[in-house]
Every structure is written in structure tokens, then in C-alpha cells.
Ligand binder design. Sequence first.
Ligand SMILES: [Zn+2]
Ligand SMILES: [Zn+2]
Length: 144
Amino acid sequence: MGFVYGYDPITGREKLACDYCGSIGGVRKHDCPFGYCQPVAMCPSCWEKHKKTWRSEHIKSRCDEYESEFQEREQTKQGLLNQGYMVRVAAEGMPNKKVKVWFRDIAGNEYQYMMDESTYHAIPLMTPATLESYKKYGKVMRID
Ligand SMILES: [Zn+2]
Ligand SMILES: [Zn+2]
């Protein structure tokens, strides 16, 4: 989500606009209490309406859970890297039901591999995946 800017009619300068009402006076960015979702720009009166429930609004949208799951995944990924595994960082669908997958090692080097779509989908997207774990599901070919 990008921030919206409006023109201050007095100074003619661009100013941050409130995400809720679009006004531009005294608008500030408010971070997610769990550091998970995007910060929101709010004018003082909209913030006044939201500040008491700000934390519970984010708990309702499960920012706390998502953030701790994210941290867990990051730790798992780091653990795998430390053990010398390469972890999946990106993927791109290719013709003929193939997927090109990028893996990264602990030094930050990236390597490209090609595999079948069915192999790629054998590991859920949210699970940190290594090159070795894909090899259990199908043929994986280095292509770069
Ligand atoms: Zn507002
Ligand atoms: Zn949030």
C-alpha cells in the first residue's frame, strides 16, 4: 500500500493525506503494533477514533499471529542456511508445467534450478524449502 499525498492549499506543498478521510492536516504514519502490516497514515481526528482499538484491530486481523509465524519461518530458514542448505527465495512459472526456482546459500549467492510444477507444489509456499527437500519429490536441474 502506498501513501497518498494531497496539496496543502496554503503552502502549495505536497502533504501526506489521511488514509481514512483524505484530509492533509497533521497526518502521521502509525505502525502496526506487531510490525506486521503496512503503516497507516491518519489525521489527528481519525487517529483519535482508532487509537484505543488500534492494537485490538490488528489482533483481529491476526497481525500478532502472522508476525510470530513469520519470525518462526525466518528462524527456520536461517537454521537451514547455517547447516549449509540452500533455501528457496523465488520462483517463476515456465511453459510445459515447469517452474524455475531460485535458491540462495548463506553467502547470498543465488542459483537457478528447473523442476516440474508437481515437484514445486509438493512443498507449501509458506514452508521454508531447501534444494535437498525438493529433490525428494522429483528431478531438479541446475540451469544457470
Ligand atoms: Zn482522517
Ligand atoms: Zn497490523
